[in-house]
Structures are given as C-alpha cells and as structure tokens.
Design a protein around this ligand. Structure first.
Ligand code: ATP
Ligand code: MG
Length: 479
C-alpha cells in the first residue's frame, strides 16, 4: 500500500479524528491478566531457565504454531506488595507499560492454583552470559552495539520513572544467533522510582550492584552502574570481583568498587575506557545518565549507520478508520507476532529515533522522509502519519504505532492471525462474539464513523458473529 493522497481533511473527518484519538488504543489493553488457565494451549518443549521462584520453559503455542518462552512464577512466596488485583504480578504490571524494540515482549499472562504464567517472546540467541561463554570476549564494536541497545531500553525505562534493578548478562537476551538484537528481560525486581526519598532495598545480583545500593539508598543511576559492569564483562570476559562468595563480593563493592581504567581494561581504546569510567562513576550524582551516555563518542563512533545514505525500507500503510481493524491489528502486533518477523522495522525504528528516546518525533520522521521526498511532501506525509497513527496522542509515534504504520498489513491480517485474534475477543470461548465483547476490550465503537457503522450493523441488536463471519467482516473493512 502506498502513501495515498494527502489532501487536507474535510472538517467532519477532523472531528472524527478527534474522537478517534480519545479511544487511546494502546498495547497495554491487550495485556490484562487473564484468570483462565491457558496452559492447554502450550506444548512443553524443554526447560530453558531456572530462578529462585520461577522457571522458564520453551513451549509451542499451538493455535499459531509459535515458539514462546513461558515463565512460571510460584505464587506462594509472593508478598501482598508483589500482588495486585488486576495485574497479579508486579513484573506484569511493569511489562505492560513498556513498548520498546529492546524490551522483551509479553504476549499474555494467566494463572492456575500454584503459579502465574508470563508468555514471552522466545529469544533464540539465549542470554548474553551464554553468548559470552561461547565468544570468550566481545570486540569493541560488538560490545558497543549491545550496550547501545541496552542503554536505549534503559533510557526508555528511566523516562517512565522505573528502575530495572537487576540488569546483568543473564537478563539481557538475544533475539537470534546471527545478529545483535537485544531484549532486556526479567522485570521481576523492577520498581517505580521514589523521586522524593530515593529507593531502598537490595535487589539484583551481587557482581552488578552499585555501591550506593549496598549503602542503603539509590535511584535509577544504579542501573547505569550495572550497564558499566556488563560492558566490562563483555570486553574482558572476566568477572569484576575476585570475591569467592556473595559476602566477599559485597565487601569489595563497598570498600573497593570496580573502576574502569587502563589497568582493568588493558588493550582497550581510550574512548571505551572513558565511556566505561563514566558509567562506573562512584558518586551516583555525577554518574552519566542513560540519555547522555547514548551520546558518548565511543557509541557514536561504533554506531553503524546502515541506512545513512539510502532510505529506510519503510512503506506507509493507508489507515483503516475502523476501530475494530485497528484493534485487531494492534492485538496481532502486540500479542501474536514475534519481533523477529518485524526485525527490519525494529532496526528502522531505532535508526529514525535519532535521539534514542524510544519514540519518534515529527522532526525525526520528516528528516528520514526527506531522503526520498521533497521538503513539503515529507512534512505532509509526516502530518498524515501522526494524524492516523499517534493513537495515544503523545505527539510521538511509539514503537507499536510505528509497526502498525509500516508493517505489511496484508501479511499481518492473515486468516490464521485474525482467527487467533477472534479467540482473544471471544472471552468466554463460546465461539461467538457480541459487540459488547469487542467494546469491553477496545472501547466504544463510534457509530458516526462509516466503517464502524458496518460493524454496528453486523453486530447491532444483540446479534453475534462466529469466527468465519468475523474474518469476513475484517476483510470487508479493509477493502
Ligand atoms: P533470576 O531470578 O535468576 O534472575 P528469573 O527466575 O527471574 O531468573 P528470568 O531471568 O526471567 O527468570 O529467566 C531466566 C533465564 O531463562 C534467562 O537468563 C534466560 O536464559 C532464560 N529466558 C528467560 N526468558 C526467555 C525468553 N523470553 N527467551 C529465551 N530465554 C529466556
Ligand atoms: Mg533473571
């Protein structure tokens, strides 16, 4: 689908647009905890990770034949502060707020008597620790690519006033074995920043703990310290402390914390040493922020501008005004499709997001479009994209909105994926959905909109539709 015509909108459509944005379709609406035990949809393949209270299994989600990592978290040891009525586990509550190419995607959450389950996208490349063991060390270029992506995710988390608190090699996953496509995982220790009093409590894993965490009070900069330790581990292949047990390591962190210099990072470039020393600044007030770190010359030097001269492989989709189609598309992107299938778009998103703040502002999109279009046309297309796809009215295009705008709709709205979306809308699994089921999930369907009217006509007066009628309706609305 091309860019279509960019005539100015007639007045009545502008009002419609206004209404359309009020609905705030966001990925989070699809990630509410579901109390239906969905385990029967998952076939166990093998165990891929074990924590103190959780296990991670490789499974196949058979409705769409997709490999997923299923993390089961034991209910018993969870305290009331870790549990909440709607989202049940804090990890889920936090994950549902995040929409970024370098943060693990959660497809669904459900529970049985003993456990909560998080169905996560499966990262075939495993974690960074495994990769480091295979590689022995990372070259500076490889390490820069990894840290660049981790810091993009961390800057995004920090802007949302969250702290991860357990950044370590094992909690950073690689989407595939072939390329560096990093996902920050394990938000089990994450918390909201206490901007007034600072945060307390020791979470995380010893090697990566910032000194101030052990001294009692800290803020988001403790994550930056952990990134510094990750970086030094990657380029040296060595642990940062010689302590033989957690107690010894903690003592070293407080009395003699790891420092980046020519002795601890022998043979490494001066720029790398400078960068690592800024991440590992002992005084957290003077420690560099994620946002500033992303501008450091070591990262800029190593940042491969793959798309510098040629335009990005993006092709804008004309927008369906039907809220149902938008909702189905967003559900498919958020909860069914693996990031790997959209990885060229993830890369494009990162490239266009020049200031690495995890969203695309108008200037950034315009400057990309100017590679292939005139100044005026770029402005026009940008306006149109923002009008159509800035669904939460944030004045920026967030990651999922970007995928909705540029992914191949024909491919995403396949029969099997629409059919899987039907299952989600059909909450009581009786093979039928009513207007009420749809509106409960994605909000009111506006009757003044022509395409929405088709939905209302089909489903009005208590009428229900089955799966094949649903698929037919979506295709009709797309034409
Ligand atoms: P810990 O308490 O040790 O930090 P945890 O119980 O919180 O672990 P995770 O860190 O989420 O669990 O996962 C443990 C391990 O399982 C990871 O280090 C990784 O190797 C594997 N793993 C987790 N999620 C995925 C995933 N989505 N894809 C591939 N592997 C995964
Ligand atoms: Mg972990």
């Amino acid at each position: 689908m091309g860019c279509g015509l960019f005539k100015s909108k007639p007045e009545h459509q502008r009002t419609l647009y206004q209404r359309k944005t009020d609905m705030s379709l966001t990925p989070a609406i699809f990630l509410r905890a579901c109390s239906m035990p969905n385990l029967e949809y998952y076939t166990f393949i093998k165990t891929i990770g074990k924590g103190t209270f959780s296990e991670v299994y490789l499974t196949e989600y058979f409705p769409i034949g997709q490999k997923r990592a299923l993390k089961s978290i034991k209910k018993l040891p969870l305290t009331s502060s870790q549990l909440s009525e709607e989202y049940k586990v804090a990890e889920m509550q936090i994950l549902r707020q995040l929409d970024h190419p370098n943060i693990i995607k959660c497809f669904e959450i459900f529970e049985d008597c003993d456990n909560f389950y998080l169905a996560l996208e499966y990262c075939e490349g495993g974690n960074l620790m495994k990769k480091l063991k295979e590689n022995a060390i990372f070259t500076e270029k490889q390490a820069a690519e990894v840290i660049d992506q981790i810091l993009s995710g961390v800057a995004y988390i920090h802007r949302k006033n969250l702290i991860h608190r357990d950044l370590k090699l094992e909690n950073v996953l690689l989407q595939s074995d072939e390329e560096i496509d990093v996902k920050i995982a394990d938000f089990g220790s994450a918390c909201v920043q206490d901007l007034e009093k600072g945060n307390r409590g020791v979470y995380g894993t010893d090697y990566y703990l910032a000194p101030e965490v052990l001294n009692g009070m800290y803020n988001e900069k403790s994550d930056i310290w952990s990134c510094g330790i990750i970086l030094c581990c990657l380029v040296t292949g060595l642990p940062p402390y010689s302590g033989k047990n957690p107690k010894e390591v903690r003592k070293q962190i407080v009395s003699n914390p790891f420092q980046a210099n020519a002795q601890t990072l022998p043979g490494k470039s001066l720029l790398l040493v400078d960068f690592a020393s800024k991440l590992l600044e002992i005084n957290s007030n003077d420690r560099i922020s994620a946002k500033k770190a992303l501008e450091h010359p070591w990262l800029l030097l190593n940042r491969e501008k793959k798309f510098d001269s040629s335009p990005l492989p993006i092709n804008y989709n004309s927008f369906s005004k039907s809220k149902l189609v938008q909702g189905v598309l967003m559900y498919i992107i958020t909860c069914l499709v693996k990031s790997k299938n959209l990885s060229s778009l993830s890369e494009a998103f990162r490239e266009i997001d020049n200031n690495r703040n995890g969203k695309i502002e108008k200037e950034e999109l315009e400057s990309e479009l100017r590679k292939t279009h005139s100044y005026r046309k770029s402005q026009e297309i940008t306006e149109k994209i923002f009008e159509d796809y800035d669904l939460n009215q944030s004045n920026a295009i967030e990651f999922t909105e970007f995928l909705m705008a540029f992914a191949d709709h024909q491919q995403l709205l396949s029969q099997s994926l629409i059919s899987a979306a039907f299952e989600r809308f059909d909450k009581d699994h009786d093979g039928k959905i009513f207007l009420n089921d749809i509106e409960k999930l994605i909000g009111p369907i506006d009757i003044n909109d022509e395409e929405n009217l088709i939905v209302r006509n089909k489903l009005g007066f208590g009428k229900a539709i089955d799966k094949s009628e649903f698929i037919e309706l979506i295709y009709k609305l797309m034409c």
